[in-house]
Design a protein around this ligand. Structure first.
Ligand SMILES: C[S@@+](CC[C@H](N)C(=O)[O-])C[C@H]1O[C@@H](n2cnc3c(N)ncnc32)[C@H](O)[C@@H]1O
Length: 232
């Protein structure tokens, strides 16, 4: 494990701690972004995953606020949340208990920068219908992006997508001044963080046996990027 990676988690926990955001007595934390980005992500996921069945593993589920609602609104698929933070895992479980979705599994404790695809709990899921990762790779060291992409190359069923949502640079440049400011703020908080370049992520994906990026434009200059595992 790299030192960078170990540094990421406490800051995420601080971001979502009850002192900084609303929380419920049962441990549910509330994502401050939920009201803005939940519906567009759900709609884009619904389109991308149309016709697929099986299990979607989410990496870095955070509060669990989003994934519990994906499970509620896209009931055809089985949803397995995960995170590295114990506080987030408790929140994810509390969201699952509150909404009572039979198709939402108990959260897995996974470190995205490690060999998560080799974790017995992930292997027990069989080949995955999708791996989903929203708003994680810019707010974690590059080793996390590498781990997510490499693990997806091993865990996905042929043709199934790794779906990454968030801000990206394109051709080495920020797509807006606000993204440039966001990147600077991230790097000031942790020099190992930062808005990632789509070409660099796509190069990792190709090495991992995933196909070219399929892009869905999202509000506020974000992208939903899908890399499908090559067949055969
Ligand atoms: C900004 S939050 C995004 C949460 C959620 N996906 C969303 O869109 O609201 C980033 C999440 O990534 C998790 N994370 C950071 N580093 C990680 C790692 N190495 N392995 C797994 N999760 C990690 C954090 O604990 C946090 O829950």
């Amino acid at each position: 494990m790299s030192d960078d990676r170990a540094a990421a988690t406490p800051q995420h926990v601080a971001q979502y701690s009850p002192q900084n955001t609303d929380s419920a007595p049962d441990g549910r934390l509330y994502s401050p972004n939920f009201a803005n980005n939940y519906a567009p992500i759900r709609d884009a996921l619904g389109a991308l995953l149309a016709g697929r069945c099986g299990t979607v593993l989410e990496i870095g589920s955070g509060t669990g606020h989003h994934v519990a609602h994906y499970a509620l609104e896209i009931p055809r698929l089985a949803w397995v949340p995960s995170d590295i933070s114990p506080e987030h895992l408790a929140s994810i479980a509390a969201w699952g208990a509150t909404l009572g979705c039979a198709n939402l599994a108990a959260p897995l404790h996974l470190d995205a920068a490690a060999d998560w695809a080799g974790d017995p709990a992930v292997r027990a899921l069989g080949s995955l219908a999708a791996v989903l990762c929203c708003n994680v790779i810019h707010i974690a060291p590059w080793a996390v992006t590498e781990g997510i992409v490499r693990g997806a190359g091993r865990a996905l069923a042929p043709g199934a997508p790794l779906i990454i949502y968030g801000a990206f640079r394109r051709g080495g440049r920020h797509v807006s001044e606000s993204d440039a400011g966001f990147d600077a703020a991230l790097r000031a908080e942790n020099p190992a963080w930062g808005v990632r370049d789509l070409d660099e992520v796509a190069a990792l994906a190709a090495e991992a046996g995933l196909g070219p990026a399929r892009l869905t434009a999202m509000p506020r200059n974000n992208l939903l990027v899908a890399f499908c595992r090559e067949s055969g």
